[in-house]
Design a protein around this ligand. Structure first.
Ligand code: FE
Length: 335
């Protein structure tokens, strides 16, 4: 959002419509087209008005910090556990006790300190060229470091938090030494320099520039909706490992109640509602993500990709090990 529109949104939130006691004010890094239908449904259900601004997580968190006690925001909604962990570290969120959220959100997808809760699951997995690779050739993220993939791998840049989170979780799982060897192997197998986004990496795979890549599944879904004939398919790695916590690397988009919320009870009710059967499909399906609530079935397109075992490592590790992950990728020459 440009500064003028941001200012207009803030003025809208604070002056044009004076906040009623029960209004909830949300700062959202999830964009308007993803959240507006949900908020409209909530208002329709409960009569509670929601005011929101959207921006990238960096500016939103900086804003929360600068506003301090005077912030109008009751709730922060963002993507990637790394960002939510950061918000918690900077004391921008407050812990809440909620039986509903403990029931609806699996333990590995929420903050052990109860400051943030996953609301949708994003799986970061392998996508391959179906004309060049058989599923039997694939097994784990680690295996993509094997020299048999030399010149066949495409990756998105290590600057993106998604890859930082992936590597952070691997450090938690395997330790730094083994993870660094793996990342070095990936870099050694690259067909070309890393791409700025997941879609470009998949397009390179489809074009035959390389054979496989690692992406979030909703980008695969979007690309295939546009061009269903592309020779691409999803592979779920790390499914048969003995390690109890092993599986597909998952992350979340999620929310927490702000430290200086004026209406913390209202924000908590909204987060609880977003985790409910009723709202979960609205929340996840618009972006082809997975519901966080295990009782809720994903969208048809998403369900067609098949079930998979997810890694049960708490997603907070994406944050706590992020600095180490960034340094490691730098040492390994992953640009
Ligand atoms: Fe994304």
């Amino acid at each position: 959002m440009n500064p003028t529109r941001l200012l207009a949104a803030i003025m809208f939130a604070s002056t044009v419509l004076p906040a009623l006691a029960e209004d909830v004010v949300v700062y959202s890094a999830r964009n308007e087209q993803l959240i507006k239908p949900l908020f409209d449904a909530y208002t329709h259900d409960t009569g509670v008005r929601i005011k929101f601004i959207t921006d990238k997580e960096g500016p939103l968190m900086a804003r929360l910090k600068a506003e301090g006690r005077n912030t109008p925001a009751d709730m922060l909604l963002t993507v990637d556990a790394g960002n939510l962990w950061q918000a918690s570290e900077e004391d921008l969120l407050r812990p809440i006790r909620s039986k509903t959220l403990e029931t609806n959100v699996p333990a590995h997808l929420r903050d052990p300190g109860n400051e943030w809760f996953g609301l949708s699951v994003r799986a970061r997995t392998i996508v391959y060229n179906t004309q060049k690779v058989k599923p039997a050739d694939l097994s784990t993220y680690e295996d993509l470091a094997n020299p048999k993939w030399k010149g066949r791998l495409c990756l998105r840049t290590s600057k993106k938090v998604y890859n930082q989170s992936l590597v952070a979780m691997m450090i938690h799982e395997y330790g730094e030494e083994k993870t660094e060897a793996m990342v070095r192997g990936w870099v050694g197998n690259l067909a070309t320099s890393p791409f700025p986004d997941d879609t470009k990496a998949m397009e390179a795979v489809a074009a035959g520039q390389c054979d496989a890549t690692i992406v979030n599944t909703y980008y695969f879904g979007r690309l295939m909706e546009k061009n269903p004939k592309l020779p691409l398919a999803i592979f779920w790695p790390n499914q048969n490992l003995k390690n109890q916590t092993a599986g597909v690397h998952v992350n979340i988009s999620g929310a927490g109640v702000t430290r200086h919320a004026r209406n913390p009870a209202g924000a908590q009710k909204l987060i609880e509602w977003l985790s409910s059967d009723k709202a979960q499909n609205l929340f996840a399906d618009v972006n082809l993500e997975y519901p966080v609530n295990p009782k809720v079935v994903p969208d048809k397109t998403v369900a067609a990709w098949g079930g998979f075992r997810q890694s049960l490592i708490n997603v907070k590790e994406a944050g706590s090990l992020q600095t180490k992950a960034v340094r490691l990728m730098d040492r390994a020459g992953y640009k």
